[in-house]
Design a protein around this ligand. Structure first.
Ligand SMILES: Cc1cc2nc3c(=O)[nH]c(=O)nc-3n(C[C@H](O)[C@H](O)[C@H](O)COP(=O)(O)OP(=O)(O)OC[C@H]3O[C@@H](n4cnc5c(N)ncnc54)[C@H](O)[C@@H]3O)c2cc1C
Length: 405
């Protein structure tokens, strides 16, 4: 049954978690992305995996909330929280509120080997692990089941992740819970855990034990794609600090060399901007132009309220500055809200050439080659597009379409 999905599967793992027989395991494929594998002897053909899958059931438009209600520019009033976060720090402020009310917060953090996993956190200290974007697909393990237990016990649950992970949770839960708030991040796409784990392992072989990793670290006033840094802190005190456009791993991510195949046709990016979570969070790119009086060069979050519940929750968060903003203008700077990034030919070249024995220098050279290939492909596409546009113009001229009378 799950073969139907193929590369459209986003790996949320709801099918594995719902299976009462333990007949589905999430296994990495050769690119390093998890896909469900059915253990035939255990399967009793109950169809629960089929029913829980957000992709098989994409016709289920009830997953999508009606059009967004309002959007805000937001930043935390705490400089520490803002600096730790990738954008304005709204997620950490929301999490604080849930924890202070005896609730729990779920989101992506690292385990001791810097693999990215979804974690359940129940204290302020634990919640800190969720701060900051990790540009790797997060493994869901059994968090949907844990969240369900928390919800049934009446705890307030904040569940964050990518839109596909939120969709998986909502399908898994079947019904809506008043004590659940879902938050999704605007998502460029998630890179392969295999490439990430290779990268961490090679860095550790070279520099010794790693103590801390920050994918998009900022300095005060340094929140912009051009100014951000990738950081590795080693146990002996050494620090690797590279501009994100010069760090091979981040460059490969930004140029879409190793995103999950489903991210190139993401079902959760819609032109009508309807979303599956209560609040959608992202970087407020364009804030400088759209809200110059609110702009803060240390980071501003764009927060889209998709439900009344989301809006009410936000109104209860105290330690933030916020300003209503124009959603249309904001998303025009952030195409990841509505569009998936193209699957470039260079992606196939990358995976054909990549092997885990390659040195970091070889990896860097492979990424550079692929980046050049991406450039050639884009130029060729533009070139091929040119005659089509000229022909269209000619056609419109000849047929008098769009001509002024
Ligand atoms: C893979 C990825 C791609 C992104 N692409 C874009 C984009 O194109 N445009 C844009 O505006 N914003 C994007 N973001 C979101 C952005 O980087 C910030 O996470 C978001 O603005 C929230 O910022 P914050 O300051 O409120 O919280 P932060 O502290 O920066 O973020 C913490 C939140 O991010 C979640 N998170 C971190 N890593 C992951 C992960 N691997 N998988 C799932 N959830 C994760 C945590 O669970 C938590 O909810 C992306 C995030 C990720 C993880």
């Amino acid at each position: 049954m799950l073969k139907v999905l193929g590369e459209r599967c986003a790996g949320c793992g709801a099918c594995a978690q719902v299976c009462s027989q333990g007949a589905i395991e999430m296994q990495p494929n050769k690119e390093g992305f998890w896909y469900p594998q059915i253990i035939r002897e255990r399967c009793i053909d109950c169809g629960r995996c089929y029913n829980v899958c957000p992709w098989i059931d994409m016709g289920d438009s009830s997953l999508f909330h009606p059009s967004p209600r309002v959007a805000y520019a937001i930043k935390s009033k705490s400089r520490d929280i803002q600096m730790q976060a990738t954008s304005g720090g709204l997620f950490a402020e929301l999490a604080r509120k849930f924890i202070a009310a005896g609730g729990v917060a779920y989101g992506a953090g690292y385990n001791s080997s810097f693999q990215v996993r979804h974690l359940r956190t129940a204290s302020m200290e634990e919640t800190e692990q969720l701060s900051g974007s990790k540009y790797v697909q997060s493994f869901m393990g059994s968090v949907y089941a844990l969240a369900k237990q928390d919800l049934q016990q009446g705890k307030k649950v904040l569940f964050s992740g990518t839109a596909c992970q939120i969709a998986g949770l909502r399908k898994y839960l079947v019904k809506d819970y008043e004590n659940l708030l879902c938050v999704d991040v605007i998502c460029h796409g998630v890179p392969s855990p295999r490439i990430w784990e290779y990268y961490v392992e090679k860095q550790e072989k070279r520099g010794g034990k790693i103590l801390e990793i920050i994918h998009r670290g900022k300095t005060i006033g340094g929140w912009s794609w051009r100014k951000q840094f990738f950081y590795l802190v080693f146990a002996d005190g050494k620090v690797l600090r590279e501009n994100i456009w010069e760090n091979a791993y981040m460059l490969g991510f930004l140029k879409d060399l190793y995103l999950r195949p489903s991210c190139h046709e993401c079902m959760f990016k819609r032109l009508d901007k309807r979303r599956v979570s209560d609040i959608t969070l992202g970087d407020y790119w364009g804030c400088e132009d759209i809200e110059p009086d609110f702009f803060d060069a240390s980071g501003v979050s764009l927060a889209i309220m998709n439900t009344l519940k989301g809006e009410q929750c936000l109104n209860e968060v105290e330690n933030i500055s916020k300003k209503v903003t124009n959603l249309e203008k904001a998303v025009s700077y952030n195409i990841a809200v509505m569009y998936s990034y193209r699957r470039m030919l260079a992606r196939a070249y990358f995976f054909r050439k990549f092997h885990s024995q390659m040195s970091l220098e070889e990896f860097g050279r492979l990424v550079d080659t692929c980046v050049r290939l991406v450039g050639y492909e884009n130029s060729l596409r533009k070139l091929c597009d040119y005659p089509r546009r000229i022909l269209g113009k000619l056609k419109r001229m000849c047929l008098g379409i769009g001509a002024k009378s």
